[in-house]
Design a protein around this ligand. Sequence first.
Ligand code: ADQ
Length: 467
Amino acid sequence: MSRLIVISNRVSAPSAQGGAQGGLAVAFQAALREFKGIWFGWSGERTDEFTGNINFQRNEGVTTATVDLEEQDIDEYYNGYANRTLWPLFHYRIDLAEFERGFADGYQRVNERFADTVRPLIEGDDVIWVQDYHMIPLGQELRQRGCENRMGFFLHIPWPPRRLLSSLPQAAELVATLFAYDVIGFHTEEWLDAFRDYVVNEMGAVLGDDGEIRLGDRTVIAIACPIGIDTKEFVAAAASPTARLTYRRIRDSADGRDLIVGVDRLDYSKGLEERFLGYERFLIDHPEQRKEVFLLQIAPPSRGEVGSYQHIRAQLESLSGRINGAYADIDWVPIRYVNQGFPRPVLAGIYRAARVGLVTPLRDGMNLVAKEYIAAQDPEDPGVLILSRFAGAALQMEEAVLVNPYSAEELSDAIATALAMPKAERLRRWRILMDSVEKEDVLWWRKRFTDVLIGEDEAEAESAEAQ
Ligand code: ADQ
């Protein structure tokens, strides 16, 4: 039986207590248990000198293998090329993208280091699945080290339009390295189309049948494969005692007012400033509603070493302060702005207590919060999801109230629509959304990708053997 080697920038070891973990961690744990595999990546720790020493851990049937990185690697590869160059560019923020040769060199160096380190762990019939924009050239580095295994790559962020990507120095060289993989996955047809447009029109690649794309002597299969959440786990989390307690705490403190909730990593792609301005527009347009609602925005800081993240944090503090200063009363504050992370059952209780879920990124590969919000709702009395048209999730979640997040007026109207929505209509929309969140969950996503990577017949045989 072949093993699955998952390679990603960060690795989160499963905790024996089943503690707070993101959707991806759960997906890979399930995948690795089924296939008997290894999850390899950066530990998140720094070291004085890179040694390539691997720290193996075995927990809950999953083996993780992590390495520490040097300060310069972290600066150039992670804070640099990944988060100052590729992330803004792939989220259409060319104004924030920094193009420095040192970043590109560091990115390449770390990918070579990862390849050197992981190569000896790979055996003949292992299947390799590389994750995300931090690791684009890794497949090619492994091929150059004699690795002939089946290899897949999944991009968790959008693929940018051709003209935008062309502004990246050596873009075509970077994209060409993707042809070292056998399968490339994107969340949506939109990102897949943009990829095809780039490789065909900028690089002379040729489209074949069944998702095949040929460049020189390499052929890859490129697919759209939208990620989901671990719906069963999240529904259970929403029914847990912790979630119920959280729900009661919020309802008590709400004093009969409707809660509108936003939960996002503090990132400029998530549209938080625009969201605050749209909510302010709602307060202006609907003065009668002012003390009937409040917005709880949860935004744990991320990537604090990058200047644009420090900037957005300062902007949001000032904007929430200004709005609260302008509209608050002695017994009401319009925005509760919280900069901390919460365990998943707490988050589930918060979502469930919210009459409206406000998920309005300016650009997002998928967006799991939209799906978590739906999964956490009370089936008898669900809330309403307001979702940006520019989140990958919008393509699967058309029963949400879809908005253009750049328009304060549209956001204001959407909030008014959501708050006034009759129960029958809320139930109708939620049922359809929940059906898709249940059907296309994270295990469905993992299976869909690995079926293409391994070949469906073989995947079924593997799965039967594992049971
Ligand atoms: P992210 O940009 O991080 O992911 P998202 O998909 O919304 O965005 O996932 C965020 C996760 O963090 C969710 O599971 C959410 O519950 C959790 N989270 C957010 N705030 C939290 C808080 N305060 N406390 C605890 N947990 C919190 C990237 C891409 C997305 C893509 C995913 C998966 O940018 O587009 O959907 O990867 O592919």
